[in-house]
Design a protein around this ligand. Structure first.
Ligand code: ATP
Ligand code: MG
Length: 429
């Protein structure tokens, strides 16, 4: 191995011992007879103190390295209170693994603000920055613990197709692909498949899903390729059972992030309190009353960004549900309840982060709803078939991973929360 220890692992006990570290040359300060090199690895930084007269060749090689070159260094740990972290490495052997070209397309530690496009164009360097890295370490924790919660609750992980013959959520916002000369589409969500799986007996499934949506808008909360935690559960008596999974999963993950990511949260200047359970439920009708005091809003209208923000000003909580939506605002598969749908949205600081519902499980009712909405049921033959031979009552949700992170970490742009964002203008890198 090129490395025996990460920088973070070194402590008092290492004084006088030999170790091997490896990483990027973040900074070099050459004072002539002595030079200080900051080596950065995944876990932190370490100062390498090179003294010219002790090893002139090694000294020369080290100080002439361009920043961000990759090296492995063998040396002796030395306690030194004056140095960052309290210790330094006195190098004995240097291996240059990769020399960085100059100039760098963007700096890693420079204080000058690089614009977001430059950061995204050079994402591999952007991710060397502590703050950028912190977002993705927290993203890792969120997925790890949200899915741990689901596994503990008996959900099994599934993977459904991303290329299909018909569009899932209806509408025209689909990416068409050429499938051996036939038209095919990228899925907008795993909706139809996870519902079909409810007819198998799996009862509870989840998927870390990709959503592909050819929405033309250019906003700070939409991506054309995004990820979600999708769940579906059978034998439910109402949508409240699904909502409880959504809120408990959220709290479980937030608590774990607080426990394990304090360093990253600090880097991002974020303070979080675990919200109390259950999250408040606000009925759509109440939302209408609140909004009508300030804006022109009709019962049956969809809630957009402005409405969601306005509502948030009137609610004392960061996380809350809106439920009992008018049937016409929700997709065809939502279970009707008179003029309402048994559907909910989870809101976080005034933005929708998840949508869910109890679904229709009765074949005739489903076909009737699709016909009412003018849908061509022939396109949904495979989906509908699963409802004909024994389909239990079920429900589920789609929970945007980037949306959650954006709100948790108070980030202004959803593109901060995905490694290589896809939007109308960006198809690279
Ligand atoms: P919105 O109305 O906010 O655009 P939606 O109601 O169209 O979202 P759903 O179909 O309900 O979205 O998808 C479930 C969840 O997936 C959303 O609550 C959101 O968190 C996430 N999501 C949906 N579309 C996008 C997108 N284009 N970019 C990022 N996340 C998305
Ligand atoms: Mg929605």
């Amino acid at each position: 191995m090129l490395r025996s220890h990460y920088s973070k692992e070194i402590n008092e006990e290492f004084h006088g011992k030999e170790i091997k570290v490896a990483g990027w040359v973040e900074d070099i300060r050459n004072l002539g007879g002595i030079a200080f090199i900051i080596l950065r690895d995944r876990e932190g930084k370490l100062q390498i103190t090179a003294i010219k007269k002790e090893n002139p060749d090694l000294f020369k090689k080290l100080v002439s390295l361009p920043r961000e070159s990759v090296i492995a260094v063998e040396g002796i740990c030395q306690k030194n209170e004056k140095v960052m972290n309290g210790w330094e490495l006195l190098p004995k052997k240097l291996e240059v693994l990769s020399i960085a070209s100059t100039p760098l397309p963007m700096g890693v530690i420079d204080k000058v603000n690089v614009d977001f496009d430059t950061r995204l164009d050079n994402r591999f360097i952007d991710l060397r920055k502590e703050e950028t890295k912190a977002i993705f370490l927290i993203r890792h924790s969120f997925i790890k613990y949200a899915t741990e919660f689901l596994r503990n609750k008996g959900f099994i992980e599934v993977h459904t197709p991303k290329i299909t013959a018909s569009s899932s959520e209806g509408g025209t916002e689909v990416f068409k692909v050429d499938y051996f000369g036939k038209d095919a589409y990228l899925v907008q969500s795993p909706q139809l498949y996870k519902q079909m799986l409810m007819a198998t007996g799996f009862d509870r499934v989840f998927e870390i899903a990709w959503y592909f949506r050819a929405e033309e808008h250019d906003t700070s909360r939409h991506l054309n390729e995004s990820t979600a935690i999708d769940i579906e559960m059978a034998f439910i008596s109402d949508e409240e059972e699904v909502m409880r999974i959504a809120e408990e999963m959220t709290n479980y993950a937030i608590q774990k992030i607080l426990d394990e990511n304090s360093k990253e949260l600090e880097k991002l200047n974020v303070e979080i309190d675990t919200p109390s359970l259950p999250y408040p439920r606000i009925k759509y009708d109440e939302v209408v009353e609140i909004l009508q005091k300030e804006i022109d809003f009709k019962w049956g209208d969809d809630l957009g960004t402005d409405e969601e923000n306005l509502l948030a000003k009137h609610v004392d909580y960061e996380l809350y549900f809106i439920k009992d939506f008018p049937l016409e605002t929700k997709p065809f598969y939502a279970m009707p309840n008179g003029k309402y749908a048994r559907a909910f949205d989870l809101e976080y600081k005034g933005m929708e982060i998840a949508s869910g519902a109890q679904r229709i499980h009765d074949y005739d009712m489903l076909v009737k709803r699709m016909n009412e909405l003018g849908m061509n049921i022939n396109n949904f033959e495979d989906y509908l078939k699963a409802f004909k031979y024994g389909m239990p009552p079920h429900g589920g949700f789609g929970y945007g991973i980037e949306r959650f992170l954006m709100r948790l970490l108070n980030l202004k742009n959803i593109r901060e929360c995905i490694l290589f964002p896809r939007d109308r203008k960006r198809l690279r890198p």
